[in-house]
Write a protein that binds this ligand. Structure first.
Ligand code: EPZ
Length: 420
């Protein structure tokens, strides 16, 4: 087992370069198998979720290997298996994209129910309803945790998503690329990783218009070919470092990002007293003195991302006043609050609302990462706390953050990874 050791209360100063977006790459790697050919995917983050998908694609018969640091080659010409029911599939939620990709390629798929962060039921009913609307028969075997899909053909249709869903939006795009006719997704999610996936599919010969808006039109084509593509920078990794800089105090330049993607967070950081300087591909955060409290409500993009909510809660733990944080996307994302309380944080939770009463000082604590972003929140709390913090379950953090201790050390943090 590994853990992170942090000696807190040091300002963060310097530059941090952001890696490729986890939630884009975990859709783009499965998308590559729709083509009967070779794709080259660049700006790949070195994170566990990518390794997990590489393992799954290899087991399906694709050649999926790093040809350079951060560059993955996927050759799916020899793909011969639509049965994705092995363990690597069960490990991450993004495995559900194999349903849409295999259905497009083979008109059938058997996929193990996905795993992933545990903050609520995390249903996939919208995905399955959409596949049925496209003409697939879907068998849901919850006893064995396997979803089986089969279609003589997929026919484009209009799909209105009851809930704005990133996963369902992308999965429908994947399945509809080779369907007959036009598929229209209404009430589609608009996250940057949806646009990135659509751009990659279009480079492969798909005809997708409107990604990034709430109406996406996919006109089915006969086949897709391999493509070369560079993943966009990770909006959530960038936001995590921006919040860490705000919470620790100092002056940090977060570079290799798309500042537009950060607007909801940038606005909040200015509100709580940070100075924010925006460039073409960087944002500088200058944080001096005590932060002010604020109100946060997580929303689908372009609203405040739910995936930055735990980090923001940690960052506001010493702010002056009471901050109110409302989580509208996930019904049970506050499990990490009990870990934050071990630092002395004064936080009340009622349903989907947390009241964070800023205190003068956090003290170091021994905590566990309860999920990926909760792990990032523990790191931010440890960086601002007086004393030593030990964080367990580092494997959760490694799922979505490339070399996080190295990047923080380069900013002046006293942090190291220890093998027990
Ligand atoms: C994606 O999850 C991200 N994961 C999550 O990030 C992120 O929190 C979430 O989008 C929201 O932005 C990946 O991209 C791999 P949803 P996803 O479908 O697709 C409900 C991280 O830390 N819903 O947009 O699973 C669902 O319960 C992870 O990187 C249904 O009801 O999220 C939720 O309330 C954590 N039925 C809401 O929609 C469905 O079929 C949004 O979920 C699907 C979703």
């Amino acid at each position: 087992m590994e853990h992170l050791l942090i000696r807190g209360k040091r300002p963060l100063v310097g530059e941090v370069s952001i890696s490729g977006a986890k939630n884009a790459v975990v859709a783009i790697i499965p998308a590559a198998i729709i083509a009967d050919g070779v794709s080259i995917i660049d700006n790949l983050p070195a994170i566990e979720d990518v390794k997990c998908l590489q393992d799954s694609l290899t087991k399906l018969g694709a050649v999926c290997q790093l040809i350079d640091e951060g560059t993955l080659m996927v050759d799916s010409s020899a793909l011969n298996n639509f049965n994705a029911t092995f363990n690597s599939v069960r490990r991450i939620r993004a495995s559900y994209y194999l349903m849409g990709a295999l259905l497009a390629r083979f008109k059938q798929a058997k996929v193990a129910l996905p795993g992933g962060c545990n903050f609520g039921t995390r249903p996939i009913d919208l995905h399955l309803k959409a596949f049925r609307a496209l003409g697939a028969e879907v068998d849901e075997d919850y006893e064995n945790g396997i979803i089986s899909l089969k279609a003589d053909k997929l026919v484009g249709t209009n799909i209105f998503l009851d809930t704005v869903s990133v996963g369902a939006t992308i999965n429908i795009m994947l399945a509809a690329t080779l369907a007959e006719g036009v598929t229209v997704i209404e009430n589609a999610a608009k996250e940057p990783h949806i646009v990135d996936t659509a751009n990659f599919l279009n480079m492969m010969g798909a005809r997708i218009r409107g990604a990034g808006t709430d109406v996406i039109r996919i006109t089915g084509v006969k086949e897709l070919h391999g493509a070369e593509y560079m993943i966009i920078p990770d909006q959530i990794e960038a936001g995590t470092y921006m919040i860490a800089a705000a919470a620790c105090g100092g002056h940090v330049c977060v570079k290799n990002i798309i500042p537009k993607h950060m607007d909801s967070l940038t606005t909040k950081l200015k509100e709580i007293g940070c100075r924010v300087i925006e460039g073409d591909d960087f944002v500088e955060i200058v944080s001096e003195g005590r932060l002010k409290s604020t109100k946060i409500k997580t929303m689908a993009y372009p609203g405040f991302p739910t995936d930055l909510h735990p980090q923001m809660a940690a960052g506001l733990s010493k702010a002056d006043g009471v901050s109110i944080l409302t989580e509208t996307v996930w019904e049970n994302r506050f499990q990490y609050i009990n870990e934050l309380r071990k630092f002395g944080c004064d936080i009340m939770v009622d349903g989907r609302v947390a009241a964070i009463h800023g205190i003068e000082e956090l003290h170091g604590a021994e905590v566990m990462a309860t999920d990926l972003r909760a792990g990032a929140a523990m790191i931010i709390a440890g960086l601002t706390a007086d004393g030593i913090t030990k964080i367990g379950n580092v494997r959760f953090i490694d799922r979505g953050y490339e070399k996080i201790e190295y990047k923080l050390k380069a900013l002046g943090a006293d942090i190291k990874r220890v093998k027990e």
